[in-house]
Design a protein around this ligand. Sequence first.
Ligand SMILES: [Zn+2]
Length: 93
Amino acid sequence: MIDQEIKDHWKDMGLHFGYPDCCIEAFVTGVNKCDTAGKYKLQYTGYVPCKTCNETFTEEQMVENIEINRGEEEPFHKSILRANNFKETIGYD
Ligand SMILES: [Zn+2]
């Protein structure tokens, strides 16, 4: 059982990083964990799309949507590059 304080923190972080409200809500309520685990777009970037966004948008469109709302100084596309380097380093996909 995850307490409300942690959920509120996830919501704040999701908003800060520019993630769409629908995806934040899905993540916080745990929908993604069973639905899209292991097969969602932009995996290993920190962002977990909701089922609808995952099926509706291309990765490029998702990045554009995130960049518009992002409060973080580092653009999202840079954090993706970092995540991809990390994947290569540890040989993980
Ligand atoms: Zn969504």
